[in-house]
Ligand binder design. Structure first.
Ligand SMILES: Cc1ncc(COP(=O)(O)O)c(C=O)c1O
Length: 354
């Protein structure tokens, strides 16, 4: 985000600093887990079992750590494409094969091809043992409906496949759209691992702290044997403040980001009407299909193109593993004036080259 971290959070960090000692710390303060549990209860109507929670320096480190705990070398991992690239990297880092299941486009609205997913999971030659679920989905912004989550989860559970549900964008849905933790639909399953963090919601990525809910005691014990749980006392203070004092701040940020999405939508209709785009259900990321502007087969509008011709850094489809040709991803968590200037520059670069 290009927005300041909430003042309540900054104040909590200052107050912790005034204690003058920043020694080794674990989450001894009950307020840490309690504020997280209360946050989940207020926003998602669900409390993760407290004993399932382990701490990680981030969601990405957790993905890397979980792969060797859940899969063997000859087993593989399933992702939905387009995909957040670290899912693929986390699998490949441990020499696991990563199998893509492309999302289907219904006039630009991306949905899961359940038949294709089931065929892949049931294909014994592929040996899929884990599925990286991204909910809300980066880059498409889909917030999976409970019936979609149920179907994906059932396909996995019926075939003994672990689900690693990355829910880092869960707080950033459009107003009126609610997020469902996959684990809340199957509270008795031990095969759904959930990753959450305050980092996207409150611009706290540098805090290096995420909560990973691992219901399976065996996997949790293996994790805890390998990874200690020391955390920065400043991160703990920041998180407690974020989860207990910043509901109103988040509502205001969401209103602003929703406004940016509307602005983008109107702007594209007016200036680039051939471009395919719809407001996503979640995330602060816009996923825009520029294919109608590109006559060539070879994707032309790359990150490099926009950096060079427009002076704007966007991420292009090639950064999302597959199924993203001719798309760009824009980050809309920024002041509208910046968005407006960026769009003008993008427009000028596109019109000069089409
Ligand atoms: C889906 C997803 N997971 C994880 C991350 C990063 O997680 P962390 O900073 O906690 O490692 C991002 C950041 O863009 C993301 O989009």
């Amino acid at each position: 985000m290009a927005f300041s971290t909430p003042p309540e959070v900054l104040e909590a960090i200052r107050a912790r600093l005034s204690q003058k000692i920043i020694g080794y710390t674990k989450a001894y303060h009950p307020g840490y887990l309690l504020s997280f549990e209360n946050w989940c209860e207020r926003h998602y109507g669900y409390r993760f079992p407290r004993e399932s929670i382990v701490l990680s320096p981030g969601v990405i480190p957790a993905l890397y750590r979980l792969v060797p705990l859940l899969t063997r070398q000859d087993e593989s991992i399933l992702i939905l494409t387009p995909s957040y690239a670290p899912f693929k990297k986390a699998g490949e880092y441990s020499d696991r094969r990563v199998i893509s299941c492309p999302l289907k486009s219904n006039s630009g609205y991306m949905t899961v091809d359940f038949d294709a997913m089931q065929n892949l999971v049931q294909d014994n030659t592929l040996r899929i043992k884990a599925f990286f679920l991204c909910n809300p989905h980066n880059p498409t912004g889909r917030v999976w409906h409970p019936h979609e989550l149920r179907r994906m989860t059932e396909i996995c559970l019926e075939n003994d496949v672990w689900i690693i549900s990355d829910e880092i964008h869960c707080d950033l849905t459009r107003i009126g759209i609610s997020h469902t933790p996959a684990a809340s639909l199957f509270p008795h399953s031990q095969k759904i691992i959930t990753c959450m963090s305050s980092s996207k919601t409150f611009n706290l990525a540098g805090n290096l702290l995420a909560n990973i809910m691992i219901p399976d005691p065996g996997v949790r014990t293996a994790w805890l044997r390998l990874h200690d749980e020391f955390v920065s006392p400043l991160s703990l203070a920041a998180n407690i403040a974020a989860w207990s004092q910043c509901d109103e701040w988040l509502l205001q940020v969401k209103r602003y980001i929703d406004g940016n999405f509307l602005f983008l939508s109107e702007w594209l209709k007016k200036h680039l009407p051939r471009v395919r785009y719809s407001i996503p259900e979640g995330t602060y990321l816009a996923w825009i299909d520029l294919a109608p502007l590109s006559a060539q087969d070879e994707p032309k509008f790359t990150s490099h193109f926009f950096a060079e011709k427009a002076g704007v850094l966007v991420e292009d489809g090639s950064m999302f593993v597959g199924n993203g040709d001719n798309h760009i991803r824009l980050n809309l968590a920024c002041p509208r004036a910046v968005l407006s200037e960026g769009l003008l520059r993008i427009y000028l670069a596109l019109t000069a080259s089409t």
